[in-house]
Design a protein around this ligand. Sequence first.
Ligand code: ATP
Ligand code: SF4
Ligand code: MG
Length: 369
Amino acid sequence: MTAPLTTPTGGEGPVPVPEHGAALLDVADLRVHYPVPRGKLRAVDGVSFHVGAGETLGLIGESGSGKSTVARAVLGLAPLTTGEVHLRGVRLDQLSRRELRRQRRHVQMIFQDPHEALDPRMDVWSAIAEPLRIHGVRSRTERDRRVADLLERVGLRLEHGERRPHELSGGQKQRVSIARALTLGPALLICDEAVSALDVSIQADILNLLVDLQRERSLAYLFISHDLAVVAHVADRVGVMYLGRLAEVGPADDVVARPRHPYTEALLSAEPQALPRRLRERQRIVLEGDLPSPVDPPSGCRFRTRCRYAAERCATEEPQLREVGPHRWSACHFAETLDLRGQEQGTTWLGGEHGRTATTTVTRPAATS
Ligand SMILES: Nc1ncnc2c1ncn2[C@@H]1O[C@H](COP(=O)(O)OP(=O)(O)OP(=O)(O)O)[C@@H](O)[C@H]1O
Ligand code: SF4
Ligand SMILES: [Mg+2]
């Protein structure tokens, strides 16, 4: 179902809300602008999306496109310039600090670097038990029981509980972060590059753990990564970010097979594919130049300075995110007419552009609507 485009705007034009509804997480017209000497840095510049209960929404885009700022703004860790964030029907961005802390038990974050979540002085057992203690589980026996269950569930042994973070491998540390994030039974986990720092085989183990936990606990994920292959494996839907905005949103399989925005096409062509090198090289679309400055984004379509299809209209008229097919949203003037290349279905390569070539099986959860 598609809702009307009625988001409040903060005076900079309406921002459509793709298939906004009674979602677990509803984000509308999110803008995060930072004052800088040359004006304002538009880290996030009008982003709307939702995540349904038990669903995984992947967020991809180049470094600096605003993915982490979206996550931080949802959690109240980045200041909103405009916009609304609703979690389970509660508007988070207007809550007092105290009330926000209470609501935060429903949404937890897993970072790329587990050090951001784990205190180096605290052993693993205490790190997992701490949120329980803070949120009123008084009985030590009960806390210990829950910690032991969680350690086992994330694939660690009881003896790992006695260790400090520096005595664990990267994968083990990420398992501890996941256990700690699960202690209070959240409905949503925000994973910001949660597997990016891990070796490819460990990446698959952690992704499979996340997928299994989702099935067991009806968890929803906002899964942020610059690696389209990883996102395509775990996400039901994907949002593609470019320079603080969403360029495209749609079901993951469909976006990968039939992109509806030239930026997505270019990202896909940069992914390693199961093709002979000769063919791969011929098919590759090179994204020329760097991401433009978010202080002074290009006029009209902000992707136009790197778009191989740019036309005169693109310099003067900003394309809005609009519905261009069933469940498909694109912010390109020519989304309906361009014949964009996707990736073949069934291409299952994990890893980025660093020459990693292992094929890895990650089991996707059943899509939710
Ligand atoms: N606190 C801040 N003050 C000023 N600018 C910021 C701040 N935080 C982020 N930015 C800027 O906002 C933009 C978006 O940053 P963000 O970290 O959200 O990008 P990202 O998509 O997560 O990138 P990466 O893939 O490298 O993690 C960047 O230009 C960044 O420099
Ligand atoms: S609107 Fe124009 S510049 Fe922007 S993505 Fe579409 S064709 Fe390219
Ligand atoms: Mg980031």
